[in-house]
Design a protein around this ligand. Structure first.
Ligand code: ADP
Ligand code: ZN
Length: 446
């Protein structure tokens, strides 16, 4: 096979389903034996009265207890380690939404496996040696930077660690070195788009971009469409979390019909977030992951809080690793207003389908005289902004109307000038809940 469907790692990536399942079985059993040596799992399994001999194979995975973020915090900093500290070569700390951070350790083999998975992801979308890869996300403790960086180098791309922000320098690098592949978080892809327009740059004519990877925060299909149309690229969804190494857990292939979750490295379950029971394919639930190819710090049945579903059927690219759908958000991103459950991404879907809407938006929840109100602040494009008040009022009414149709709640909409909303260096803060005194921001700063 050649072109975009070629395998980076034919031996595993191209396995038939039954061979993949035998490999999983073998790695799962080895992981269990190794995990039991960590202080956390030693105590957890003992407390659950579970004799590991009762787990005879993957079919028994549901007998194992879940592992949660709270467990990681309680056993911070090293209660999950299964190897002597001398074997460790890397540490990442997740920023976390609230409270105590969580630590993830890697052995040399773990760093290599991770790079390998990342190279596999990018190769799958057509990236090749000879490509120039500009990695426009945060380096440091955020796993997105180094994860993609090591993968890009292993694949053989000229990898530029440009880091986040500083749009002027990003553009300069793209021009000077002929960047063809970029990795960027979606909120910055939108802002960079504004910057290029301001500069009068048309990426389709003036730059050499072909491929864009976007992940680390939820975004809608509408954002992908905007990005692809403006930059003239194919944009691929990238999913991962620090607890599972970082990026490289699931990634879109050239078919762009869901993200292949690398089942030789992770066991995939989707469960009802309330009951913890498995849900059928196609039904949205919480993603639960078990690492089966990690040495330093294996995690069993980790509750990601991310909501998704298993995509039914087989992929046209031929890979048998199952696919997950676009992440809707974390279970704790959902907010309730006037009795209706809403995810920020539903607001985004409506907004980004309206051409006059610009790069940024945020949702404020307020309580005025005991009544909850939802305020949606929306940046408009430069062109919409210079229109007269009558036009802007009509636009505002249109946004209210479309949001109401989708959400069944009537929001207040405030139009904001281009670049008028606060910018984050890392993940965007989409939701600010000002009800009940404290402020709860949906996504942590990176
Ligand atoms: P933190 O929990 O501090 O944000 P991470 O950087 O590990 O730390 O973030 C991982 C989380 O980012 C995931 O659990 C998920 O909620 C979100 N995420 C990552 N990739 C995507 C994606 N492609 N779509 C939606 N959300 C994503
Ligand atoms: Zn595919």
């Amino acid at each position: 096979m050649d072109g975009q469907n070629a395998y980076w790692d034919g031996e595993v990536e191209g396995l038939a389903r039954d061979a993949l399942e035998s490999l999983q079985e073998e790695r799962f059993m080895a992981t269990l034996r190794r995990a039991a040596a960590s202080p956390f799992y030693h105590e957890k399994l003992k407390a659950a009265g579970l004799d590991l001999r009762a787990i005879r194979g993957l079919q028994d995975i549901t007998k194992l207890p879940f592992t949660t973020k709270a467990d990681l915090r309680a056993y911070y900093p090293d209660g999950f380690l299964c190897v002597p500290k001398e074997k460790l070569v890397r540490l990442h700390v997740s920023s976390g939404t609230t409270g105590q951070a969580t630590a993830v350790y890697y052995t040399k083999r773990d760093v290599d496996t991770w790079a390998h998975l990342m190279a596999r992801c990018m190769y799958m979308t057509g990236a090749r040696p000879g490509d120039v890869f500009q990695n426009m996300t945060g380096y440091g403790l955020f796993t997105g930077g180094l994860g993609f960086h090591y993968g890009g180098e292993l694949l053989g791309m000229l990898t530029i660690p440009s880091g986040p922000g500083n749009s002027k320098r990003q553009l300069q690098l793209m021009r000077d070195f002929g960047t063809t592949v970029v990795h960027v978080i979606p909120s910055y892809a939108l802002r960079f788009m504004d910057f290029l327009m301001e500069q009068g740059v048309d990426p389709k004519k003036d730059l050499s971009l072909k491929i864009m990877y976007m992940g680390a925060e939820p975004y809608s299909e509408e954002v992908r469409r905007r990005v692809e149309a403006f930059y003239g690229v194919k944009a691929y969804n990238s999913y991962g979390l620090s607890e599972m190494n970082g990026p490289g857990v699931a990634f879109e292939c050239s078919a762009q019909q869901g993200m292949h979750l690398w089942e030789d490295a992770y066991i995939l379950e989707v469960v009802d977030p309330e009951t913890g029971e498995p849900v059928p394919d196609g039904v949205v639930g919480e993603l639960v992951l078990t690492t089966i190819h990690r040495e330093g710090m294996p995690l069993l049945r980790y509750r990601t809080k991310d909501l998704t579903s298993v995509v039914k059927g087989t992929c046209s690219c031929g890979r048998v690793h199952r696919r997950i759908a676009r992440i809707q958000g974390r279970s704790d991103d959902m907010f309730i207003i006037k009795g209706v459950n809403i995810f920020p991404i539903q607001v985004e879907q409506v907004l980004m389908a309206i051409p006059e809407v610009g790069a940024n938006y945020r949702i404020l929840l307020k309580r005025e005289r005991d009544v909850d109100e939802m305020v949606v602040q929306v940046e408009v494009t430069d062109r919409a902004f210079i229109e007269d008040m009558r036009h802007l009022n009509r636009l505002r009414e249109k946004i209210v109307h479309e949001l109401k149709n989708e959400l069944l709640v009537t929001p207040f909409v405030e139009l904001i000038e281009p670049n008028g909303l606060p910018k984050e260096e890392g993940k965007a803060v989409r939701l600010i809940d000002l009800r009940g005194g404290g402020v709860r921001a949906s996504t942590p700063f990176v």
